[in-house]
Design a binder for this molecule. Structure first.
Ligand code: ADP
Length: 225
């Protein structure tokens, strides 16, 4: 149980842009994320941050190298195994909440659990507990359009945690919020991450937020420095 929550080993990703134009974005990235650790990923736009997060989250496949989540190698695994791992072991938060607009806040946190076979009553209880812990339980029956930006991101964060993942991946999770709201949402996220022992890799442009995490990694020239 002491293996890192996430290992990226010698990850290479080259985009093909037409017949003879190749763009190597990641050139052998190595990264280990331990349980309970929060790591900031700092990189200028275009450096490959989203590519790295998508590969770590099994949404994209590297051209070479391997991804291990909680000790299991998932590069080369079948689509079925990767999909299950993505649902159960990895939580995502994006810059924009991407909540399902026709469902309530509560339902947005319940649905991923139902997809993993959790009984409805337990899924509802867990959703209520998560939303309560980040201060938005009162918005349980409201649709995303009726929530503030900060509330939407709190709900999106609860959705990411719904299935008790080992790894949280976030791409500018507070980038769309005003500084005061970003600060509060970030603090709520960090409290929960520390309580749950989750490993978190959080891309941000915000140096102050990065400074509140355990470590900062930078991507430059296709590698982590
Ligand atoms: P970041 O998230 O750091 O801004 P990305 O990972 O989105 O960077 O992109 C890194 C580089 O790869 C950029 O130059 C981008 O234009 C290019 N890129 C991203 N996705 C693709 C794709 N599907 N096909 C071709 N080039 C891509």
């Amino acid at each position: 149980m002491n293996e890192p929550a996430l290992i990226l080993s010698k990850i290479e990703r080259i985009y093909n842009r037409g017949s003879d134009a190749e763009l190597p974005v990641l050139k052998g990235v190595d990264l280990e994320l331990n349980r309970g650790e929060t790591v900031a990923l700092l990189a200028p736009s275009g450096a490959g941050k989203s590519t790295l997060l998508h590969i770590a989250g099994l949404l994209d496949t590297p051209d070479s190298g391997a991804v291990y989540v909680a000790g299991t190698k998932l590069t080369g695994a079948s689509d079925r195994v990767r999909t299950r791992a993505r649902r159960q072991m990895i939580g995502f938060v994006y810059q924009f909440h991407h909540l399902l607009p026709e469902f309530t806040a509560g339902e947005n946190v319940i649905l991923p659990q139902l997809a993993c076979g959790v009984p409805k009553a337990s899924a509802r209880a867990r959703a209520l507990d998560l939303l309560d812990r980040v201060g938005v339980a009162g918005r349980f029956d409201h649709r995303p359009a009726d929530l503030s930006g900060g509330e939407q991101q709190r709900v999106a964060f609860c959705r990411a945690l719904a299935n008790r993942p080992s790894v949280l991946l976030a791409d500018e999770p507070t980038g769309n919020l005003d500084p005061a709201t970003a600060d509060k949402v970030f603090a709520a996220m960090m409290d929960m991450v520390h309580e749950t022992g989750l490993a978190a890799l959080i891309a941000t442009h915000n140096l102050e937020l990065a400074g509140r995490m355990d470590r900062t990694l930078r991507i430059s020239g296709g590698n982590i420095i």
